[in-house]
Design a protein around this ligand. Structure first.
Ligand SMILES: Cc1cc2nc3c(=O)[nH]c(=O)nc-3n(C[C@H](O)[C@H](O)[C@H](O)COP(=O)(O)O)c2cc1C
Length: 224
């Protein structure tokens, strides 16, 4: 029977005795933040999709999308999008979106049980709020919202996905996660919603920080 390991795992010195198995997992979702992508449909309505294959490179967010989904379809023609980052407590709304697509008819490549939903905001119990620079709405209640434009949308090596490079144009942050008087997100106040092998987690306690941090624990007050 599977018994969960203690978290965190034992430190490196003890790990020397660990046995590694060669396995063939069906997925490699090793724990990345969930984002909600708002995009514009052909008829001017808006689609919303949860995505965990997203990471930032400077002010560009690189996103991996199923080629046949409505989000990839929309970004190929209408490049504006909003990348909203939900808080851990919002995971039930995210999961309500999981079996839905904005694509009609539903592509054969979608998993069994996936169904067309034209109003995913309502289906998830989420509300849109107007963006400033792009037409797709932000997701109200998400602590971080990034207005962006897809500068490149191209096929990945397998042909099953597209890789989107989205350039962020405006950042909206809940005032409660911003270090007062600065433009810094307070890492102690913000937690992403992490998608970890198809399970949802928030962050655990802080372990340490980079030598490059601009928000060291003892310097959260604005410089005088
Ligand atoms: C937490 C979570 C993370 C997901 N991550 C991705 C992803 O990174 N890329 C992707 O293409 N689909 C991902 N999906 C699946 C899409 O959300 C799903 O295919 C959805 O139908 C896409 O909607 P659309 O067809 O309207 O764009 C994820 C789903 C969930 C619930």
């Amino acid at each position: 029977m599977y018994t969960a390991l203690p978290r965190p795992l034992p430190a490196a010195a003890e790990a020397e005795t660990v046995t590694h198995l060669e396995i063939e997992p069906s997925i490699l979702y090793f724990g990345t933040p969930v984002v909600l992508l708002s995009t514009e449909n052909q008829d001017g309505s808006f689609n919303l999709a949860p995505i965990s294959s997203a990471w930032a490179l400077g002010h560009t967010v690189v996103i991996g999308l199923g080629r046949e989904g409505q989000t990839a379809h929309n970004l190929g023609s209408r490049p504006d999008l909003v990348i909203s980052l939900p808080a851990p407590a919002q995971w039930p709304s995210v999961e309500r979106l999981a079996p839905l697509t904005g694509r009609n008819p539903v592509p054969a490549s979608k998993p069994e049980g996936c169904r067309f939903e034209p109003d995913k905001f309502a289906a998830a119990g989420l509300t849109g709020e107007p963006s400033q620079l792009v037409r797709p709405p932000r997701v109200a209640g998400c602590p971080i919202q990034l207005e962006a434009r897809a500068a490149r949308v191209r096929p990945d090596a397998s042909g099953d996905f597209v890789i989107v490079e989205a350039v962020v144009r405006k950042v909206h942050a809940d005032s409660r996660i911003v270090v007062p008087g600065t433009d810094h997100i307070d890492p102690a106040a913000w937690s992403p919603l992490v998608y970890n092998f198809r399970h949802y987690f928030g962050l655990g306690p802080e372990l340490g920080h980079s030598y490059r941090t601009q928000t060291p624990p003892d310097a959260k007050e604005p410089a005088s």
